[in-house]
Design a protein around this ligand. Structure first.
Ligand SMILES: [Zn+2]
Length: 294
């Protein structure tokens, strides 16, 4: 069933777990996520990110994500990930998304407050949940043209305070904007981890003490089970996970093709299904870790 992010977050808060938010970049990733959700009996968040527009437009994504969400037995939220502007958020709301993220974290603080507050006012009037971001979540190779190959680290910046979310600022931001959930920076990276990340998991607790709302971990791929579970215990309720899922799909296709002899026929319709099965298993594992079922 189609639900808002707020509903999923309320249950996650009560149960002390996190809900996986997985990106839909094509039909196969949607199938993988939905089958994993149904087979584990857990609710999920379907993320659509504008960086995937070359593969799937927001309109196309809305049609297939909403259809899958409405037919599902488990609760499913349809969410705009990293909305690049107020206009993108409005477009998503109009298409039927039940949750939007406005990412104005690269803007100055007052602009981030002003724009988030405005989108919260508009979204709440139609029952849509809003996520915002505060601090800087690192980036590395995400397999997209514009993503950096080398992972950003703390050393890439002048000081930790420019990067990690500050508890007092988070409190001020949430109180002034009325945002429902907040993506916080504590050392995770979007894309592939080229070296072990230095996570400040205690920071989540400190932010939670300052402001008690559900927090979001971006760059959720590639951490250890223990790191995920400590982050969840400290207050993370939504985990964005995509890179290692799509890598699992790619790896499975490569292995299957490597096993073919040079003169063997390859039917293209088999290839997406190989990726789908591998992504499904990867998503199931993630759902189990985030649900603290170990
Ligand atoms: Zn992100």
């Amino acid at each position: 069933m189609l639900v808002s992010l707020k509903e999923l977050m309320k249950d996650a808060e009560k149960g002390g777990y996190a809900v996986g938010a997985f990106n839909v970049s094509n039909l196969e990733s949607l199938m993988a996520i939905m089958q994993a959700a149904e087979e584990t009996g857990c609710g999920v968040i379907l993320n659509y990110a504008e960086v995937h527009a070359p593969f799937l437009s927001m309109e196309q994504a809305a049609l297939i994500m909403l259809d899958a969400a409405k037919k599902a037995k488990v609760p499913v939220c349809v969410h705009l990930d990293h909305g690049s502007s107020m206009e993108s958020c409005i477009q998503a709301i109009r298409l039927g998304f039940t949750s939007v993220m406005l990412d104005a974290s690269a803007e100055d603080y007052e602009t981030n407050v002003r724009e988030t507050k405005e989108i919260v006012r508009l979204a709440h009037s139609v029952g849509v949940t809003v996520e915002a971001e505060l601090g800087h979540i690192f980036s590395s190779d995400m397999g997209l043209a514009e993503s950096p190959k080398e992972a950003e680290t703390l050393e890439s910046f002048d000081s930790a305070e420019d990067v990690y979310t500050d508890p007092a600022t988070a409190k001020d931001f949430v109180e002034r904007t009325g945002v429902d959930v907040l993506a916080i920076a504590f050392g995770t990276t979007h894309g592939i981890y080229t070296k072990k990340p230095k996570l400040d998991l205690e920071r989540i607790t400190k932010i939670k003490e300052a402001i008690d709302i559900p927090f979001v971990m971006h760059g959720g791929s590639g951490l250890s089970k223990e790191e995920f579970q400590t982050a969840i215990r400290n207050g993370i309720r939504k985990i964005n996970y995509y890179t290692y899922m799509t890598l699992a799909g790619g790896r499975a296709v490569k292995e299957a093709l490597d096993q073919k002899s040079p003169d063997e026929n390859i039917f293209f319709h088999d290839i997406p299904m190989i990726a789908m099965e591998a992504m499904k298993e990867n998503v199931k594992e993630a759902i189990q870790v985030f649900g603290m079922e170990v």
